[in-house]
Ligand binder design. Structure first.
Ligand SMILES: [Zn+2]
Length: 315
């Protein structure tokens, strides 16, 4: 399996003759070729474990937007990147991940995937998830579009990403993971995605890399937030130069400070979930309200649509 977790290698045994190192070296070279991800050695971050995410469980995850998230252990993190693929920066991020045998989930913009199909193929080939982030990433957000127009944009994005990454789009997206641009969802669209067994992702924390800052400032900000949160699904943008430039140092900092990388894979559940603490509120709704004004407020679910309310989700 191309994205099998790297196992920590055992400490080297004392060697009694000169031939053994050569034999061990040959074995290591063979093992590395057979299992990409182990060639980095124990000094690299690697992937500590995988979590299978089952979209059939009607998952909307990530505490900045939803009142529940993946049940990660202390110091476990999941890396996610939005808005790519973009020439230059996405390749830099992929190089950094590859150097550490790290795996991530990319939420790709369909029209960017159509422009840069080789990058989508590389994302897939290197064991990452080619997830979805709409076709056009509309500035006014999917929330302010009509429901049919928003659905069409999402579907067009699924098709564009899968055509770029896999040569053809099937009836459902290969990586059934979706993140709303600007987190601006609607109950109807979330429910429509859940009906199709697609997991909806928010995030637990972010680097605020949509703001201009130096790579060093971004590194310090995200590490301080991570030390406070202790774990979580982290959002970056592989379209941002500061993120691309700080990624090698960030991955080294994760390793140095004892964080473990968890990689998501689409697969059968049960998906490990934990509910938000009592008193949870959405941070993204406050941001959306500032950006879109009153018309951007999340509508209440319409009756009779089978949409879960926040109270349902809190159970
Ligand atoms: Zn975005």
């Amino acid at each position: 399996m191309h994205n099998a977790p790297r196992r920590e290698s055992k400490p080297p045994m004392p060697l009694k003759n000169g031939l053994l190192p050569i034999i061990l070296g040959l074995f290591a070279a063979t093992a590395a070729a057979a299992a990409p991800g182990r060639e980095c050695g124990p000094q690299a971050l690697g992937v500590a474990r995988e979590i299978a995410v089952d979209g059939r469980e009607r998952l909307a995850l990530g505490l900045e937007t939803y009142p529940r998230t993946l049940a990660l252990a202390d110091h476990e993190v999941v890396l996610t990147f939005d808005d790519g693929p973009v020439a230059g920066t996405t390749a830099q991020v992929l190089d950094a991940l590859k150097a550490e045998c790290a795996r991530a989930t990319f939420f790709l913009v369909g029209r960017h995937a159509a422009e840069e199909p080789a990058l989508v193929k590389r994302i897939v080939a290197e064991g990452h998830n080619a997830g979805h982030h709409s076709y056009s990433h509309p500035a006014r957000t999917l929330r302010l579009m009509s429901d049919p127009a928003a659905r069409a944009d999402i579907d067009k994005g699924f098709a564009a990403v899968d055509a770029a990454g896999f040569g053809a789009a099937g009836p459902s997206p290969r990586a059934p993971f979706f993140r709303f641009p600007g987190f601006a969802d609607t109950p109807e669209l979330v429910s429509w995605l859940e009906d199709r067994s697609i997991a909806v992702f928010g995030a637990d924390l972010w680097a605020s890399d949509w703001q201009d800052m130096t790579p060093q400032a971004e590194l310090e900000l995200v590490m301080s937030r991570l030390e406070a949160a202790r774990k979580g699904i982290i959002l970056f943008h592989d379209s941002r130069a500061s993120t691309a430039r700080m990624m090698p140092e960030f991955l080294k900092a994760l390793k140095a400070r004892g964080f473990k990388l968890v990689h998501l894979v689409p697969g059968p559940g049960p998906t490990p979930i934990e509910n938000a603490k009592p008193g949870w509120t959405s941070n993204t709704e406050a941001i959306i309200a500032k950006t879109l004004g009153p018309k951007g407020q999340r509508r209440e679910p319409q009756e009779g649509r089978g949409v879960k309310t926040n109270d349902d989700l809190m159970r």
